[in-house]
Design a protein around this ligand. Structure first.
Ligand SMILES: Nc1ncnc2c1ncn2[C@@H]1O[C@H](COP(=O)(O)OP(=O)(O)OP(=O)(O)O)[C@@H](O)[C@H]1O
Length: 357
């Protein structure tokens, strides 16, 4: 039985759907991320799970039990916010213990859980400080400790890292993941940051305008996006229309403005006129004089050295049309005098997206 089950949840504000027939599950100990652009309904879903919003339709089950009618304080969920929401007049220890006192947990048990959380979150020297005497990162760790000590059935994270600087964000990201695995916490994590989603999640739910676009592991979402929205929102994708003809053994002949490709795909195209994409890093550089399968020659318009990679913007021209491409190389490219670059796209790097309507 899944720890958390969301069944056909719909929530409207006036005529606006913040959640439109949403269904997904989170297994015990699973780290599930709700990913999507601003306003797509991520926080609304968290609030529905926590009980701060009531769904218009659908069911929420925690541990197999329908919690639709159960008020927030009686649901065993804990929420960890972006703004920390620490009590300004309570020191670190009292902030962390707050939920335990409310739940009337035995005092010795409270002390044990507090000491463990203080140690894990590296807050020993800050135990007696007030929140305004802490940095943003330290406050975040207190907020995390406070949520985790209650050992909730489901822990809900609302963009908890968005106020931290890039370096700290990375280290707290690993801490959250490690702690949630250590305590087998069922976690629902909201972010619009794809790197966070890819690096932390067991499962990603991509949301757009209150609806689910795709559910899958980080690898599935990145390597097999099902449509243009997902391909474009997670990572960078070169997307174009194409006509597809099946040949044999999962091989397809694909004709697009990028060129004619031979594609290997175990996933069948939805029709013979679809969108296709490939990732900027999936190319193999070849010399212009070679004649290879799936080879393209493009005009380079911009290069940007990023340290570990070089990003390239290019144009491809065919039949009086031109289209932009984004490429990534681990070495700075050797360009020809007229700024051209030739490369191949491997057969299995080209992905089929939705039909062209
Ligand atoms: N209480 C409310 N009353 C009316 N509209 C609301 C309410 N709460 C949220 N909305 C609307 O529902 C939509 C989804 O909001 P939500 O906060 O869930 O988005 P989000 O994906 O978390 O966005 P962000 O990443 O910007 O926080 C938004 O358009 C928002 O304006």
């Amino acid at each position: 039985m899944a720890k958390l089950e969301i069944k056909n949840i719909t929530k409207k504000f006036g005529d606006f759907y913040a959640a439109n027939n949403i269904s997904f599950t989170a297994e015990e100990g699973e780290f599930v991320t709700l990913l999507g652009p601003s306003g797509c309904g991520k926080t609304s879903l968290l609030k529905l799970i926590a009980g701060f919003h009531i769904a218009d339709e659908g069911e929420i089950l925690i541990g197999g039990k329908n919690v639709n009618e159960i008020p927030p304080e009686k649901r065993n969920t804990a929420m960890c916010f972006q703004s920390y929401a620490l009590f300004p007049h309570l020191n670190v220890s009292h902030n962390i213990c707050y939920g335990l006192k409310q739940r009337k947990i035995d005092i010795n048990e409270q002390k044990q859980r507090l000491d463990l959380a203080i140690k894990q979150m590296d807050l020993e020297i800050h135990r007696l400080k007030l929140p305004n005497e802490l940095s943003g990162g330290q406050q975040q760790r207190v907020a995390l400790a406070r949520a985790m000590v209650t050992r909730p059935d489901v822990i809900l994270f609302d963009e908890p890292l968005s106020n931290l600087d890039a370096k700290l964000r990375e280290s707290v990201r690993f801490e959250i993941k490690q702690l949630s695995k250590q305590y087998n916490l069922t976690s629902i994590y909201v972010t619009h940051d794809q790197a966070e989603a890819l690096s932390m999640s067991d499962k990603i739910i991509v949301l757009n305008k209150g609806k689910i676009e795709q559910i899958g592991s980080p690898q599935e979402i990145y390597h097999h996006p099902i449509n243009r929205f997902v391909a474009d929102f997670i990572g960078i994708a070169n997307i174009t229309e194409a006509h597809v003809k099946e040949m044999e053994n999962n091989l397809y002949e694909v004709n697009s403005i990028y060129g004619n490709f031979t594609v290997y795909s175990e996933i069948k195209p939805q029709s013979d006129h679809i969108y296709i994409c490939f990732r900027p890093e999936d190319i193999e550089i070849v010399s212009a004089s070679e004649n290879k399968e799936n080879m393209l020659t493009v005009d380079v318009t911009h290069t940007a050295f990023m340290g570990n990679i070089t990003e390239i913007q290019a144009l491809i021209r065919k039949d009086d049309k031109e289209q932009k491409l984004r490429l990534q190389l681990t070495k700075f490219p050797q360009l020809t005098e007229n700024y051209q670059l030739s490369f191949c796209v491997p057969r299995d790097a080209i992905k089929f997206l939705e039909s062209v309507k």
